[in-house]
Design a protein around this ligand. Structure first.
Ligand code: G4P
Length: 525
């Protein structure tokens, strides 16, 4: 096998996602401990954005600064190179999370055993489903009272709309939690609360062996046998290919806080999770072993006002990236080379000379990059699949300092390129509308416009329900629709037509009255 193939095959690039508080940070930390990337528990805790009140967003930005280091966490484990892409916990930065999901090859979803599937998990799963991303589920907090595991599996299947297949099974739960039976490896893992070291597994191929009673007692042994029998009867045999196609999710149970069930998850994960997969560009399908190509999925601003520089995060889709080598910036049709390229190993940033498909490299950016920009060895490629979703909150943005109109426009332009929020221009009155997922983003924009561009903005309310991208096979129908709804038509930053619906009712009526128009809630269609 060539070095390139070898390097690509051992890469696992993924994100851990959850509704806030389900245990994403704790699980990430435990995975880093296994990889030897950190040595003490608590090291990842600084990224507690979600815990901060909305009004305290300066603190949030400070923490966001810290979180550059934890944006990508790379480490070696058992011969694999693992890249965990962090996603912001705060729901107001959900758009960041969606974009990060375009740069991963698989996802681990963490679910709280007591709370089950929560709002944000559902939304994130929608994105995974859209992209057919393979998903694994970790049911966390088994040391606490929670739902019946069979009920939980039903809930996962229904709410996340994916077939599930348990690969481990809990033995009791809450204070009586005894451990899990690892169906995947046929091992018994017994639980000791607050144990800091890795669980010792007992190989246990045949649960009918009376030895089982010795470990977990007669009642639980009987229960476990019955449960496993039911699982075999109800759930189809685990098939890696259905997982890889994004059609079925293996489920593990454990307690991240107690470091229980985490190693089992990781061991199974490295075996079955995909290495970098082919990525579809507009021109062709790009295979990981092709010549170098990658795209920018995230831009992180430096919050130090004296030093306006950003880091652009490049996901390498194919080939090998080398420092100080000329690559084509496709949008500029220009060759560029980078001398300071950052790799993210553990929580340190360090300069790298080379990186491979699956890896993320940080490039210093002084305004050259937009989200979605492609870099290649020379070929003209445009990667698809960086969707924008209809924002949930909208405001008109107005200039509050007439002397600084130019600065304001430049600031808005650049912040939108960075993906901070979405901009729509109302075609009727020419006013600029900013769409976000949460209030916090408006505050971030206002602050950054002032501190980085010296521009002052003010917000004016606009009663909007959704922005939908519209298209039609019939240019006349589209034209007619735009004429009829002329006050509610906008263009997004890519100059695509957008319908601004001020209520759900209006949207439904429009869908009913204009059957030739397709309304899309994400920009990828
Ligand atoms: P998040 O990143 O998904 O938002 O969740 P995070 O890991 O921060 O975990 C949320 C809370 O749940 C934390 O408690 C954490 O200690 C706790 N937790 C995580 N895994 C487990 C588990 O397996 N069992 C139990 N019982 N609790 C778990 P906290 O009190 O909010 O924070 P902290 O003071 O412990 O840091």
């Amino acid at each position: 096998m060539s070095e390139l193939t070898d390097e690509i095959r051992r890469r696992r690039t993924f994100a851990i996602v959850s509704h806030p508080d389900a245990g994403k940070t704790t699980l990430t930390e435990k995975l880093l401990l296994f990889g030897g990337a950190i040595h003490v528990a608590g090291a990842v805790k600084s990224n507690k954005i979600k815990k901060t009140a909305t009004s305290d967003w300066m603190e949030i930005e400070k923490q966001r600064g810290i979180s550059v280091a934890t944006s990508v966490m790379g480490f070696e484990y058992d011969g694999y190179k693992i890249n965990i892409l962090d996603t912001p916990g705060h729901r107001d930065f959900a758009e960041d999370t969606y974009r990060t999901l375009t740069a991963v090859d698989s996802v681990i979803i963490v679910v709280d055993t007591a709370k089950g599937v929560e709002a944000q998990t559902r939304k994130l799963m929608e994105v995974c489903r859209m992209r057919k991303t393979p998903v694994m589920i970790f049911v966390n907090k088994m040391d606490r009272e929670g739902k019946d595991p069979f009920d939980l599996l039903d809930e996962l299947e229904q709410e996340l709309q994916i077939s599930v297949r348990p690969l481990s099974w809990p033995i009791d739960r809450g204070v009586k939690f005894k451990g899990v039976y690892n169906i995947y490896e046929k091992k018994l893992d017994l639980y000791t609360p607050s144990k800091q070291k890795i669980t010792e597994s007992i190989a246990f191929k045949d649960v009918s062996n009376p030895e089982l009673e010795k470990y977990i007692g007669t009642d639980l042994a009987g229960q476990l046998r019955a449960d496993l029998e039911l699982i075999e009867g109800v759930y189809p045999e685990f098939d890696v290919n259905t997982y890889l196609k994004g059609d079925a999710a293996p489920v593990f149970f454990g307690s991240a806080l107690n470091n229980f069930g985490v190693k089992e998850l990781l061991d199974c994960f490295v075996h079955i999770a995909p290495s970098p997969r082919p990525v579809t560009a507009e021109e062709r399908e790009v295979n990981p072993e092709d010549a170098f190509a990658g795209f920018i999925f995230k831009i992180h601003a430096n919050m130090d006002p004296n030093h306006r520089s950003c880091i652009a995060f490049l996901k390498i889709c194919s080939g090998k990236f080398e420092r100080n080598t000329n690559y084509k910036h496709v949008r500029f049709n220009k060759m560029m080379k980078f001398s300071s390229t950052t790799a993210f190993m553990a929580q340190k940033k360090e300069t790298v000379d080379e990186a491979f498909a699956g890896d993320i490299v940080g490039l210093p950016d002084t305004g050259n990059f937009k989200i979605g920009d492609t870099l290649t060895s020379g070929e003209e490629l445009h990667f698809k699949g960086l969707p924008s979703f209809s924002p949930e909150m909208f405001k008109y943005i107005e200039n509050a300092d007439p002397m600084k109109a130019k600065q304001l426009n430049k600031g808005i332009d650049q912040l939108m390129d960075e993906g901070v929020a979405q901009l729509f221009i109302n075609q009727y009155n020419g006013r600029k509308i900013i769409g976000t997922v949460g209030q916090l983003q408006f505050e971030v924009i206002q602050y950054r416009l002032l501190h980085e561009y010296g521009a002052q903005c003010k917000w004016e309310p606009i009663g909007l329900y959704k922005a939908c991208w519209i298209e039609s096979d019939s240019p006349e129908a589209l034209d007619n629709f735009k004429k009829r709804k002329y006050q509610y038509i906008a263009k997004d930053k890519q100059d695509r037509d957008v319908f601004l619906a001020d209520s759900n009712y209006v949207l439904q009526m429009a869908q009913q009255d204009f059957p030739d128009i397709r309304f899309h809630f994400s920009s990828e269609f």
